[in-house]
Design a binder for this molecule. Sequence first.
Ligand code: KIV
Length: 266
Amino acid sequence: MNALTIRDIRDMKGGQKIAAVTAYDHPSALLADGAGMDIVLVGDSLGTVVQGHATTLPVTMEQMIYHTAMVSRAIRRALVVGDMPFMSYQQGTTAALENAGRFLTQGGAAAVKLEGGGTAARERIRALVEAGIPVMGHLGLTPQSVHAMGGYRVQGRQQADAERILDEARALEQAGVFSMILEGIPEKLGKAVTEAVAVPTVGIGAGVHCDGQILVWHDLLGLGEGRHPKFVKPYAHLARTAKRALKAYAADVRQGAFPGPEQTYN
Ligand code: KIV
């Protein structure tokens, strides 16, 4: 099967919904691609779900390139998008171009994603697109602005905020994004944005009307043991399964039941 391009993703607007997931390493990416995902995002969410930080802010460019390269080596069909980490594009267009370019040249990604819809973000997006680097936008709850937002809260509940997000979505489209993530907004606003722009929207906690959906790998597979946000549907409970297997292994080792004759060289 051919690798999907940004044109294929753009053409999915209003048609078959886009199925997307995050992945951070080679074995996960093999599974995601084999399952037929359209987009695999190497998200800076790895800061929380892989590295154990409270926020995504400490994630560095070196770490993102390292993980993106692992993922890209596994992917045959999905579009690989690399997530630009905090302070890799906020400082200016030169830095944004240099860092985004590394996702393509060293990470093997086909596109990058960056958060925000203000004038600075739009200026960076225009410069990247002009340089031939496809960009996915990200509006609504933007985790890199956790402190500015006063925590991880649903955005766009107030009329003025909803209008701002709608305006930003139109502006991102003008700036040249091929698609955009809508995170943590009411379903009604997800629908309004999806109808207002000609590029596909990919929702996470943005309701069913988006052109596609994305979930974080660990949430989708039930790899976390704590409570999960309302918008998450765990399609498996792998943490429970893994714990059962690990306990059975430890018990076998302690009782001398592993290795058995089948696992032993004579
Ligand atoms: O970093 C990430 O995984 C993301 C998704 C939640 C969209 O930005």
